[in-house]
Design a protein around this ligand. Structure first.
Ligand SMILES: C[S@@+](CC[C@H](N)C(=O)[O-])C[C@H]1O[C@@H](n2cnc3c(N)ncnc32)[C@H](O)[C@@H]1O
Length: 224
């Protein structure tokens, strides 16, 4: 199910699409994480991969590279403005398709080889249920999640203070997120739920952290 603030989220990402695109593509550490995430999808030439909440499409070239010209890459997002940028960035590829839709009720038939979702689970009201659906879509294949949450490293206190500022600045301004809860605590709970559900559904689980423990990558093979 989408977060009740999803209308606001669409307006927010639509309005900030250019700036978001710049950060999403040009930050070197983030580029490394995107490469790692695509590798964790364990794709082979000719495979089909779906990215949920693809945003401006920063992961799509890595996925396209992995599946090659015979494969299929589908990006799903509910925000028109970011999809337009994703479309512009991937226009050279005939086998990258962009679909406007809800990642919690994706318009995709089961039987895909991998599902990737980066920096999306924290926006969903029931991330564990969404991960369940993604695992069903990719049964026999892989599901990979990348998300930012508070660092659990021993040196995490100053890192988390900075992280909180970033979260407040980049959270769509729903009253619910900003004033009723600490946004980082709420985010942590959603990320824990998403990654926990994936660990519960998957075998051969890979887990790594980046950026002082703030960015978590979990990938796993889903039994058929
Ligand atoms: C923080 S951005 C991340 C974009 C991209 N995955 C990346 O790593 O750059 C979150 C994206 O998820 C999309 N999104 C959030 N909830 C969604 C939902 N329920 N269905 C489809 N897209 C969603 C937003 O429109 C936004 O583009």
């Amino acid at each position: 199910m989408s977060d009740p603030g999803s209308e606001t989220a669409q307006e927010f990402y639509g309005r900030w699409a250019d700036l978001y695109d710049l950060i999403a593509r040009r930050t070197p550490t983030v580029a490394t994480i995107r490469r790692r995430a695509a590798a964790a999808c364990r794709l082979e030439a000719g495979d089909t991969v779906v990215e949920m909440g693809c945003g401006t499409g920063a992961n799509l070239p890595y996925l396209r590279e992995a599946v090659g010209p015979e494969g299929t890459v589908v990006g799903v997002d509910f925000t028109t403005g970011v999809l337009e940028r994703a479309r512009a960035h991937t226009s050279e590829y005939e086998n990258v398709h962009l679909v406007r839709g809800d990642a919690t009720a994706p318009p995709i038939p089961e039987g895909v080889d991998a599902v990737l979702a980066t920096f999306v689970a924290g926006m969903l009201s029931d991330p564990a249920a969404a991960v369940d659906d993604w695992c069903d879509l990719a049964a026999g294949g892989h599901v990979v999640l990348v998300n930012a949450a508070r660092s659990r490293e021993p040196y995490g206190t100053p890192v988390n203070a900075v992280f909180r500022g970033v979260v407040v600045a980049s959270t769509p301004p729903t009253a619910k997120l900003r004033y009723e809860d600490d946004p980082t605590a709420r985010l942590d709970a959603r990320i824990d739920a998403a990654h926990g559900r994936l660990r519960g559904r998957a075998t051969a689980i890979a887990h790594e952290t980046h950026v002082f423990g703030v960015v978590r990558l979990t990938g796993g093979k889903i039994p058929a």
